[in-house]
Write a protein that binds this ligand. Structure first.
Ligand SMILES: Nc1ncnc2c1ncn2[C@@H]1O[C@H](COP(=O)(O)OP(=O)(O)OP(=O)(O)O)[C@@H](O)[C@H]1O
Ligand SMILES: [Mg+2]
Length: 270
């Protein structure tokens, strides 16, 4: 039983887009200083879940809390101080193409009126060094590889030194060595600075390495809440097939007969 207060709390959150039910009465508590990994099939609602935490998506019903702030009831103006305390690495990176790397990283600092130009540049150098890209300040996103863009986006998410970091697929598109460095960075932020993190990933190596807790979302609900140590002992065929990356017999049959429709990728655009 936890004695500390959760940093994020979902109370019976439901969300649909038209006829598509994405989240069904989801309850969730995230405690400070931990790294929670969320896994689940493509299109199951992982990114939608993260976006609820910063008020980018509002639920149809239920409540989302960040500490005592009921995020889903706050106006855009009142969301600003909440967003200042939460770093978000978006799935696609979401860098501004017309801005340099430095301008991208300093953008949230300027928006939240933090520091002087000099201190912002210093902070930019610091976070770029953390992701191994100091010296790239003047480049534009189009001059970077996919993996470099991801690391710049990660540096931007860390720029304000947020107490909660949301990472939406931080290692996707990175080579194995770079992925491992990102894993180490996530671990370091937690071990040294005791930051709280939520990591959405398909990368089971990363999940096992960085997670204190592993949740699996499927069919609008959490169907698993365990630790990396206990993951292999979970007695559930859906979970085991997911973590081993194996399709079911029915899915293979559907693929052979050209009927594969369900869950191959329900997410549409990323
Ligand atoms: N703004 C939106 N409007 C309409 N439908 C949406 C919107 N955002 C997400 N969806 C739909 O909600 C479902 C869940 O999307 P989400 O992006 O959360 O999936 P995901 O679990 O993150 O998938 P992936 O692993 O591919 O990133 C998908 O079917 C998606 O098409
Ligand atoms: Mg996603």
């Amino acid at each position: 039983m936890e004695t500390t207060q959760p940093i994020i709390r979902f109370e019976r959150i439901s969300k649909s887009f038209g006829p598509l039910v994405v989240l069904k009465d989801v309850d969730l508590s995230i405690y400070p200083g931990r790294t929670t990994v969320i896994i689940g099939p493509s299109g199951c609602g992982k990114s939608v879940l993260l976006k609820h935490m910063v008020g980018l998506i509002r639920p149809d019903s239920g409540k989302v809390f960040f500490h005592d702030n009921q995020v889903n009831a706050l106006s855009e103006r009142k969301l600003t101080p909440v967003r200042r305390r939460i770093g978000f690495l978006f799935q696609g990176g979401a860098l501004f193409d017309s801005m340099t790397v430095e301008q991208n990283i300093c953008f949230p600092l300027i928006e939240h009126d933090i520091g002087t130009q000099q201190s912002r540049q210093d902070r930019c150098r610091e976070v770029l060094a953390l992701v191994g890209l100091d010296g790239m300040q003047r480049r534009f996103p189009e001059e970077l590889s996919g993996g470099q863009k991801k690391r710049v986006a990660l540096a931007r998410a860390m720029a304000m030194d947020p107490e909660l970091l949301l990472y939406d697929e931080p290692t996707t598109g990175l080579d194995p060595v770079r992925s491992d460095l990102i894993n180490e960075l996530i671990l370091k932020l937690q071990d040294v600075l005791h930051r709280t993190a939520i990591v959405v990933t398909h990368d089971m190596n990363s999940a096992r390495k960085v997670g204190d807790r592993i949740l699996m979302l499927d069919g609008g609900r959490f169907i698993l809440d365990t630790t990396p140590e206990c993951l292999d002992k979970v007695d559930d065929e859906v979970v085991q097939r997911f973590i081993e990356g194996k399709a079911s017999r029915e899915e293979l049959d559907e693929l052979r007969t050209g009927r594969l429709s369900r869950s191959a990728d329900a997410s549409g655009g990323r």
